[in-house]
Design a protein. Sequence first.
Length: 232
Amino acid sequence: MHEIPELTRSSSSRLTAEINNAVNWLLVIEIFYSNLDLLGHADARPASAAISACAKAGQWLQALRLLRALGQSSCLPGLITYTAASGACEKAEKWKQALQLLREMKLIHVLPNVVTYSAAMSSCQKGEQWQRALNLFHDLQASSLVTDAIVYGAAIGACEKAGRWQQALDLLTDLELETMKPDVIPYTAAICACERGKQGQHALNLLSDMRLRAVRANVFTYTAAMRAVETR
């Protein structure tokens, strides 16, 4: 039987560097397919770099094709390559494809991480799929993964877009109880949710809480709070 030579760590690093230094995504694809047999035996860095390069170039479909091609080689894609592909879907606002990748990962027993969930949630937000984004957040909470402030911020943002001001406030409280200091992003999203829900007093309370916690508000924070007060 013909044996495919495995990539050593040094050669894998060289291939990753070659992909990262490629002048455009077309060259990335050429390098990828020229080394496809080897990629199945390498660590995840070269394949992930190729998928990420396509994502940065706005070529989300090509990124998914690379993932599929890797799956047809000598080994299945892993967490790092799936996460890179999820990032491509997030940048292109392709929420259906992002959710499909999550389902595929579970089917082949590749456990998603917080970054993968966050990318899928962001994809759903950009596609105005607020309930789907919240469902992902609840799935993440039910898992053994540790959530972070970025994921909470995405969930609060989904509540804001869905007009669920009370749920946004509850999530902000949960974030504080998790001993993770909220920054201006989740606070602003919660205040925007109060604006949509015509909850001016809650918006003012959040501004006061920000001052107490030394979280600096920005122009968007103040604008949302002012509008919330005007509409209460």
